[in-house]
Design a protein around this ligand. Structure first.
Ligand code: PLP
Length: 362
C-alpha cells in the first residue's frame, strides 16, 4: 500500500539542533519545548531523541501527563499552568513544574492537598507582551507568600516571554529584558526567558535557562533567514508522489473554481497532498514543490487530497515520481509559510495524522 504522502522525521538532525542550542547558550540549561505534538513532529519520538534536555516544556497539563505516562522522567514545565485544586493535585502527583500566571491559581494551590512538594515552580512575569504574566509587584508579593512554604514548593524561578524576539535589535526586546533584569537582581531567582529567536540573537536574555522550540526542529524564527543560515538542520521533510498527469490545451481551467487557466498546450501533474494533510489552502496558486530536483509551481486551488502543478519546467517528470513538499534547503517550510501568508510554526503544527511520520535515526 502506498505510504505517500509521509513525513520523514530526522531524529539525528533534531539532536544536532539541540547541540546548536547549547553552542548558542553554553551557560544555560535547556528546556526543550515539545508542545503541540512537538510542533507536529510526534512528541514521544521527539522527547526520546531529545532526552539529553535538562527539561521539557508543553502548554497543557494533559500533554505533560501523557509524557509522564510514557515514562519520561525529566522536569516538565506546563506553560498554561494549573487552574483548579484538582489540577494542582494532579500536577503534584505527576511531579510536574507548573507556571503560575494568575493570582487566583495560587489560592487553589494553598487549598490543595499536596503530598509531595513541587521541586520547582515558575512565576510568569509580565514584561511587555501582555499575554500570560503578572506584574512585578504582584510577583514579589507571591514570592513573600511562598517563602518558607517548602511543604508546597521547594524552589521558585522567574519566567517571561518576548513578543518581538524575531525582530532583531527591536527596542521592545531590551525593554522587556530590563523589566526582567530588575526583578532578577532584586529576587536572586533563576530566570528563563529566551525562546529560539532570543537564543540566537539576544545573548543577554539567556540567563540560567533557555527554552527553544522552533530551532530544535531546524527552522529559522527570522523572516529574512533560513534555518541553514543559522546553522540548523531541517527535521521534517514531507514527501508525496505524482499520481496523475494531463495534457492541457489553451483555455483549459484547472481545479475547483477554475482559478488557473492554461495559456497554451502544456502538461500538468497531480500530487497527492492537500489541506486534509495540512497543506494550507492559502498555497493555492502560490506554493511550489520539487520534482526530480526541479521546483515547479502549484496551479489552481489546493483540494483536500490533491494539488495540481505546472510541469512545463520539468518535462522529464513521470507518474509515481517522488515529490518534495517541503523540508529541504531548496524548498524550506519558512519560504512556503511566507507564500501562505503565515509562519512556519503553523504549517508544522497543522500536518494531520493522515500523514504518517517515519523516523530516521542517524
Ligand atoms: C512555544 C513557546 C516557546 C518556544 O518558542 P519558539 O519560538 O518556538 O522557540 C517558548 N516559550 C513559550 C512560553 C512558548 O509558548
Amino acid at each position: 500500500m502506498s505510504r505517500y504522502p509521509f513525513a520523514r522525521i530526522d531524529l539525528a538532525a533534531l539532536k544536532y539542533n539541540l547541540q546548536r542550542v547549547r553552542q548558542f547558550a553554553p551557560q544555560s540549561q535547556v528546556m526543550s519545548v515539545i508542545k503541540a505534538d512537538a510542533y507536529g513532529h510526534g512528541v514521544i519520538q521527539v522527547a526520546q531523541a531529545l532526552k539529553q534536555s535538562d527539561a521539557f516544556a508543553v502548554a497543557r497539563l494533559k500533554e505533560a501527563i501523557t509524557l509522564r505516562q510514557q515514562g519520561f522522567q525529566q522536569p516538565i514545565t506546563v506553560f498554561e499552568g494549573v487552574s483548579t485544586i484538582e489540577e494542582w493535585q494532579l500536577a503534584a502527583e505527576y511531579d510536574l513544574t507548573p507556571v503560575l500566571h494568575q493570582q487566583k491559581h495560587l489560592d487553589f494551590l494553598l487549598k490543595a492537598d499536596i503530598k509531595q512538594p513541587f521541586p520547582f515552580m515558575w512565576l510568569m512575569l509580565e514584561t511587555g507582551m501582555h499575554r500570560l504574566g503578572l506584574p512585578a509587584p504582584v510577583i514579589e508579593q507571591i514570592i513573600k507568600q511562598l517563602e518558607g512554604r517548602t511543604d508546597l514548593i521547594e524552589k521558585l524561578g522567574l519566567m517571561s516571554h518576548f513578543a518581538n524576539s524575531d525582530l532583531v535589535n527591536d527596542a521592545r526586546n531590551q525593554q522587556q529584558l530590563a523589566v526582567m533584569q530588575n526583578l532578577a537582581e532584586k529576587s536572586g531567582l533563576a530566570v528563563c526567558m529566551a525562546n529560539s529567536a532570543a537564543i540566537i540573537s539576544l545573548p543577554a536574555s539567556h540567563y540560567q535557562w533557555v527554552r527553544p522550540g522552533l530551532m530544535l526542529y531546524g527552522v529559522s524564527p527570522f523572516a529574512d533567514k533560513s534555518g541553514a543560515e543559522v546553522g540548523l538542520k531541517p527535521v521534517m521533510q514531507i514527501i508525496s508522489k505524482l499520481i496523475a498527469s494531463q495534457q492541457l490545451s489553451a483555455g483549459d481551467e484547472v481545479g475547483y473554481g477554475g482559478q488557473w487557466t492554461a495559456e497554451k498546450t502544456m502538461r500538468m501533474g497531480v500530487v497527492s497532498i492537500g489541506y486534509g494533510d495540512g497543506y494550507s489552502r492559502h498555497l493555492s496558486n502560490a506554493g511550489e514543490v520539487i520534482i526530480r530536483g526541479q521546483r515547479v509551481p502549484v496551479i489552481g486551488r489546493v483540494s483536500m487530497d490533491t494539488i495540481c502543478v505546472n510541469l512545463e519546467a520539468c518535462p522529464e517528470a513521470r507518474l509515481d515520481d517522488e515529490v518534495i513538499i517541503w523540508g529541504t534547503e531548496a524548498l524550506t517550510v519558512e519560504w512556503l509559510a511566507e507564500q501562505a501568508g503565515t509562519i512556519p510554526y503553523e504549517l508544522l503544527c497543522c500536518v494531520t495524522p493522515r500523514v504518517i511520520r517515519e523516523y530516521l535515526d542517524g
